[in-house]
Ligand binder design. Structure first.
Ligand code: SF4
Ligand code: SF4
Length: 62
C-alpha cells in the first residue's frame, strides 16, 4: 500500500509534533512549516493526524 501525505501550509503552525511522532521520518521542517519530504515511506498509521491540532495533515491511500 502507498499513501499520499499532504500538509496544508496555511494551517500548519510549526509545532513539530508530526516530525516527532512519525516512525519513518516522513516530515521535515522547512521555513518553520512541516513538509512531507519522505511521503514514499508513509505507513498510513495516522499518528501525525492525531497530534496535529490545526488539522493540517491529510493521509490518503493511493
Ligand atoms: S503537527 Fe500539524 S501544525 Fe504541527 S508542524 Fe506538523 S503539520 Fe504543522
Ligand atoms: S501516517 Fe504515520 S507513517 Fe504516515 S506520515 Fe503520518 S505518522 Fe508518518
Amino acid at each position: 500500500m502507498a499513501f499520499d501525505v499532504t500538509v496544508d501550509q496555511e494551517k500548519c503552525e510549526g509545532c513539530e509534533e508530526c516530525v516527532d511522532v512519525c516512525p519513518v521520518e516522513v516530515f521535515e521542517m522547512i521555513d518553520g512549516k512541516s513538509s512531507p519530504v519522505n511521503a514514499d515511506e508513509c505507513l498510513g498509521c495516522e499518528s501525525c493526524i492525531e497530534v496535529c491540532e490545526p488539522v493540517a495533515i491529510t493521509v490518503e491511500e493511493t
